[in-house]
Design a binder for this molecule. Structure first.
Ligand code: ADP
Ligand code: ZN
Length: 745
């Protein structure tokens, strides 16, 4: 017999499977990992099929060296998924297969920890007989007694109950009563699960209605749902109940969260309610722990998996449910190769395995809501908060007016007053400042010169405190001292513009001296457990005001927060991207949703220089439907996704003329392709060579070609050809092809 193997090398020339001879005494199934000779070396590979036909000449045929595990590491459903994803992303299957395995497993880097275990080698009756015959009731009988259940028990475990069992076990083994084995031992991360005995809540009417739709789908043919519930409507409780039902049906569930570090509460709820059948996958696990969690899942010991996007590939036994929480988050798009959209992959897994999909959000993505309206998803709505708590009152403050009244600080009179009241009542507040750092940029008052990063075409940001008043680039991390005088005109008036999280923090300290605050942004959360520590500081009440970038808007539940402030709404609204309105609406609504989640009602203040902007109005009224209709119309009129597909070819080079040359050559090739494929050309709306908003990044000059096309199978084929073209690269330049990239900057 022969097997077809995908060798774990990502290269155009080895993208196809290779045929190997299976040695006489070896049994293999698809999904199994093997070591095979490849060229002059040994490589790892995955068996994709077994056949009795050999398509290589006998003199070239080589033999499988050995198998790496005695079980298929990739189960059949995931083998199919890898194949489908490779076809869609136009990439070698070796690349998508890598997603299905913990990285540590490749290259034999895991050390499997083993432990000695003992189990009965005979029927229990025979062991009982031996116990009766042993009148002294010595160690032998005690050990046999412990092993009567037939399960294997580790030797250290036995030693806790019977002192020095070594010799007695050896004798039992010699007599053929007991078998001693070397078995894999699994590390459980974070020690034993804290068993918070959490009974769950009595469901509200809204939760019950949603669940009544979901339960039949779990029991029968899986459906797809979009759970649209306002902030604080209790979506988590709905899917916890769905998970419980999934488990009781003997199936498994996968819960995806945008960023595991930001969902400590959810994780502890799941652990509390489901105990050790829950596996949590996060980046702080050691390599060994990660592998062990994967093994627990693969063996079917862990049947609830909670993790970020890559957990969608968990090899659970009998998949019943996938939940994508906060489905609108851009972290669900994997930008690195191979590109994938977690929501799509989850949907495709559910189709294949007959499982139920729940996408949940208070502010669904335009794409998902449009699909729900078209009937691809069943729309479940929870329009009110748990226990009829009111949605917070939102007030819009016109910052132009503030300036006219002589207030030149980042905090308006209204926000100052509200903060003081909130603190004096012993409550907590959060302030969103969608930019980290102290001031956004540094420029010369006389000539307008702006200090930019020497490696990127991005303004440098002023930082106080940890970097001693230095300037830092947010794209590449370069630091430098602020100039004393203007490098362009020599002027002495170098001024700081705009504001960041640090500036807001300083302003708050000046106004409320002695009130403890925490600042949460990329700079303060860089350390290993940064997020957790800062959040705990706030949750415990030690800190009273939380100041941060958009990371504070994600799914946090602090009952003591009664005030939320958006310090500078305009920054989010005016990024050069067709999605900036969608992101801004989501951000404002999510921040507003953090206020008033406890017993006291909440208040929200949005500061802006453009109070008439409709997006601000929709967010203030928390009117998702109105926002959706307006944005959907705008996208249709402007022919933006989901009505079209946007893609770009990006050329990068250390030398500007090389990037420009590459872009020109690429554009010519694209036009050539379109000329020879009129069916592609008919679906293509735009091909535009341009300099991107960020024209110099991390030491590379950049040019791109933007392509807009209608959604169609001709476009798929066209983009497939472009992917292959990009893979060939260009002379002296790197070329990337991105379809609907998360950023067009
Ligand atoms: P969402 O994710 O929809 O914003 P959460 O799931 O975080 O809302 O729930 C909001 C709050 O309401 C949480 O503190 C949660 O513990 C609580 N909660 C959820 N369901 C119920 C219920 N049925 N009864 C009482 N409190 C509930
Ligand atoms: Zn830089």
């Amino acid at each position: 017999m022969y097997c077809r193997v995908i060798v774990d090398i990502v290269h155009e020339n080895v993208a196809k499977p290779f045929t190997y001879l299976i040695p006489e005494n070896m049994e293999l199934t698809p999904g199994q990992r093997v070591a095979v000779p490849f060229g002059s070396r040994e490589k790892e590979g995955i068996v994709i099929g077994i056949t009795d036909e050999c398509d290589v000449p006998p003199e070239k045929l080589r033999t499988v060296t050995r198998k790496l595990e005695d079980y298929p590491a990739v189960p059949p459903e995931l083998m199919e998924l890898a194949q489908e994803m490779a076809a869609k992303a136009h990439c070698p299957q070796a690349e998508t297969l890598r997603l299905m395995l913990p990285a540590q497993m490749r290259g034999g880097r895991v050390n499997v920890r083993t432990v000695r275990t003992a189990r009965l080698a005979v029927e229990p009756e025979e062991a009982e007989k031996a116990i009766r015959e042993d009148r002294r009731n010595g160690k032998r009988s005690q050990l046999l007694q412990l092993l009567l259940s037939g399960e294997s028990i580790t030797v250290p475990e036995l030693a806790r109950q019977v002192r020095d069992p070594g010799d007695a076990l050896k004798k039992l083994e010699k007599d053929g009563l007991v078998r001693i084995l070397q078995e894999e031992s699994l590390r459980t991360p974070g020690g034993a699960f804290a068993e918070v005995q959490d009974p769950g809540y009595e469901l509200t009417a809204g939760q019950q209605e949603a669940l009544d739709e979901i339960l039949p789908s779990l029991r029968g043919k899986g459906k797809k749902f979009l759970l649209h519930g306002v902030t604080g409507s209790g979506k988590t409780e709905v899917f916890m109940n769905a998970v419980r039902e999934t488990l009781s049906l003997g199936k498994s569930a996968i819960i995806l969260v945008p960023e595991i570090a930001l969902t400590p509460q959810m994780v502890s709820w799941f652990r509390g309610r489901f105990g050790p059948v829950a596996a949590v996958i996060h980046s702080r696990l050691s390599a060994g722990e990660r592998y062990d969690e994967w093994r627990r899942i693969r063996r079917g010991d862990a049947r609830v998996v909670i993790g970020a996007r890559s957990a969608v590939f968990s090899p659970v036994a009998r998949l019943g449910l996938i939940v994508v929480d906060e489905e609108h988050e851009s972290t669900y798009l994997n930008d690195r190769h191979p590109r994938y959209d977690t929501r799509e992959v989850a949907g495709s897994r559910c189709d294949r395995e007959n499982a139920t999909l729940i996408l949940a959000s208070a502010t669904p993505s335009i794409l998902s809501f449009a699909k729900a309206r078209r009937g691809d998803y069943v729309l479940l709505e929870m329009p009110s908060r748990v226990n009829d708590r009111p949605l917070p009152e939102v007030e819009i403050v016109d910052m132009r007016q503030e300036l006219e009244n002589g207030n030149r600080t980042v905090l308006s009179t209204a926000l100052r007053k509200a903060l003081k009241e909130c603190i004096s009542k012993g409550e907590q507040a959060i302030l969103l400042m969608n930019r980290r750092g102290y001031n956004s940029f540094v420029s010369c008052r006389s000539c307008g010169y702006v200090v930019k990063c020497p490696n990127c075409d991005i303004s440098m940001t002023y930082h106080l405190g940890d970097t001693d008043g230095r300037l830092r680039c947010h794209y590449c991390g370069t630091e430098m001292d602020p100039p004393q005088s203007c490098p362009a005109c020599g002027g002495r008036y170098i001024r700081y513009f705009g504001a960041g999280t640090q500036k807001v923090e300083e302003e708050v300290h000046r106004m409320l001296p002695g009130v403890p605050t925490v600042r949460m942004d990329y700079d303060t959360t860089g350390t290993k457990d940064g997020h957790g520590k800062l959040l705990e500081e706030f949750r415990s009440g030690r800190a009273r005001i939380l100041i941060g970038t958009q990371m504070i808007a994600k799914g946090l539940d602090f009952p003591q927060v009664t005030l939320a402030g958006v310090v500078a709404a305009d920054m989010a609204l005016h990024l050069p991207d067709y999605r900036s309105r969608e992101r801004a609406f989501q951000l404002f609504t999510q921040v507003a949703g953090r206020a008033g989640r406890g017993k006291r009602s909440g208040r929200v203040i949005i500061q802006t220089y453009q109070p008439q902007d409709p997006v601000i109005g929709f967010a203030a009224r928390q009117d998702y439907r109105a926002f959706f209709e307006s944005e959907f119309r705008r996208r249709r009129n402007g022919l933006y996704p989901p009505f079209t597909v946007l893609a770009r070819l990006l050329a990068e080079s250390a030398r500007e003329e090389k990037a420009a040359d590459a872009a020109a050559a690429l554009e010519e090739k694209v036009q050539g392709m379109l000329d020879s494929h009129p069916e592609w050309k008919r679906k293509t709306l735009m091909v535009l060579k341009d300099t991107p908003p960020v024209k110099f990044l991390k030491g590379k000059h950049r040019r791109h070609i933007l392509i807009k096309a209608l959604v169609s199978k001709e476009t798929d084929a066209f983009f497939g050809a472009l992917t292959e073209m990009a893979a060939e690269g260009a002379e002296d330049a790197e070329v990337w092809f991105e379809i609907n990239p998360t950023t067009m900057m």
